[in-house]
Write a protein that binds this ligand. Structure first.
Ligand SMILES: [Zn+2]
Length: 72
């Protein structure tokens, strides 16, 4: 399953840090951040529940960049 989320982040460097953090989150198969569009596209593992996974993605992203936001 794939979903797209609106994000807030100040620069392309932090956007790529968010992408790395999202990719490392359990339940996430792949994640791509588009800084120009301020979007994060997340592909979830089979059986993963986005409602359960995304708060952990957000927590992981906040750890590497406390100024970021994901609108989940
Ligand atoms: Zn930055």
């Amino acid at each position: 399953m794939k979903k797209s989320y609106k994000i807030e982040v100040d620069c392309a460097n932090c956007a790529s840090k968010m992408e790395e953090a999202a990719k490392k989150t359990d339940g996430v198969k792949d994640a791509v951040v588009n800084f120009m569009a301020l979007k994060m596209n997340v592909e979830f593992e089979d059986g993963a529940d986005p409602k359960e996974v995304m708060p952990r993605v957000l927590a992981g992203c906040k750890k590497v960049e406390d100024d970021c936001e994901i609108f989940i």
